[in-house]
Design a protein around this ligand. Structure first.
Ligand SMILES: [Zn+2]
Length: 331
């Protein structure tokens, strides 16, 4: 922790050197990572999306003091109290004072300030639901309260919204050129659908997924094969179709490539459409209803964005007596 160097800036360098760090770069890295990320490993992984947002405190101070005429002390207080809005946290392209950190040692892209002026917000988005509600309440209760080190921002959402974001996130992390992608996607989907089951262990013990002729519900592992009840298996085909639709592997499933009309007749003949109470007569209407069925459609749910402000507080404290750097024009 940067507790020592806070009194006098001049003291910072010798004390760093005393720590026998091999290189300056690794010291910077170390200083930036003293705050351990929250441990959310108890949560079902498919219900969590983690992200981070970097902010340049020198840029914020510059705006507050130079453009808005705030006293430096007031500006520091404002920064300490600051929690980004959801729009700021999830803006597709960050704008000043937010920036994309490609390397933790890079200077600010706007003002050129060094890394000590940069703070990271870690954000954990937790999807509401039976599998997470109690865990989330327990976690939030256990967090330190002083200084608003953690802030929870709530967002109203729907089942459909959550499902599409899940499929986007999962597809983005999958390499569709890897022949194992169907298996990976299947594991992700089953983990989302049945979070209490240790799917990783079952997938580790199996090499293929089959449609069971014996089971009515659930699954079983037999001779290195994962057997799924017919409804579950057919649902998986649909998810595979959806995930691969926008890829080179378009429409690819465990049963090979399907066009939408082919998938439609496959699911109808297998009784899946009837079981899911889908009575549409053409493939595109059926697909729309299938999506509602899979995702819960307009069912209300919530995203809880747990914003970790610890690094902001730490960095603000560390630079509070440091003169803000003069903004440098971009090279
Ligand atoms: Zn900056």
């Amino acid at each position: 922790m940067p507790a020592k160097p806070k009194k006098k800036r001049a003291a910072a360098k010798p004390s760093r050197a005393r720590k026998e760090a091999p290189k300056k770069a690794s010291v910077v890295k170390k200083a930036a990572s003293t705050i351990q990320p929250l441990d959310l490993s108890a949560f079902p992984p498919e219900s969590i999306i983690q992200s981070e947002k970097w902010i340049c405190l020198a840029c914020v101070l510059d705006v507050f003091t130079r453009h808005m005429g705030l006293a430096l002390k007031t500006a520091h207080l404002e920064i300490k109290r600051y929690t980004p809005s959801l729009a700021e946290l999830y803006a597709p392209a960050p704008t000043r004072p937010f920036f994309e950190a490609t390397d933790s040692k890079d200077p600010c892209p706007y003002c050129g300030s060094p890394v000590k002026w940069h703070a990271r917000f870690r954000v954990h988005r937790i999807e509401s639901g039976k599998a997470t509600d109690a865990l989330r309440r327990g976690l939030v209760k256990s967090l330190p309260k002083s200084g608003d080190q953690f802030v929870v921002l709530e967002e109203k959402a729907t089942g459909q919204h959550a499902f599409f974001e899940w499929i986007d996130k999962t597809s983005a992390a999958i390499n569709f050129d890897d022949p194992g992608w169907l298996i990976q996607l299947s594991r992700h989907y089953l983990s989302r659908k049945e979070p209490k089951v240790d799917w990783q262990a079952h997938f580790d013990a199996t090499h293929s997924i089959r449609r069971s002729r014996r089971l009515d519900t659930g699954f079983e592992v037999d001779h290195g094969r994962l057997f799924l009840a017919p409804m579950l298996f057919d649902e998986l085909l649909l998810v595979q179709y959806l995930a691969s639709r926008s890829q080179k592997a378009g429409g690819l499933t465990l049963e090979g490539r399907y066009t939408l009309p082919e998938l439609f007749s496959r699911l109808r003949n297998a009784g899946y459409l009837r079981a899911a109470e889908i009575h549409a007569h053409n493939p595109s209407d059926a697909l729309e209803q299938l999506l509602d069925h899979l995702s819960g459609g307009e069912t209300a749910l919530k995203f809880y964005h747990l914003v970790d402000r610890r690094e902001l507080l730490e960095k603000t404290k560390a630079v509070r007596l440091v003169k803000p750097p003069k903004p440098k024009p971009k090279p």
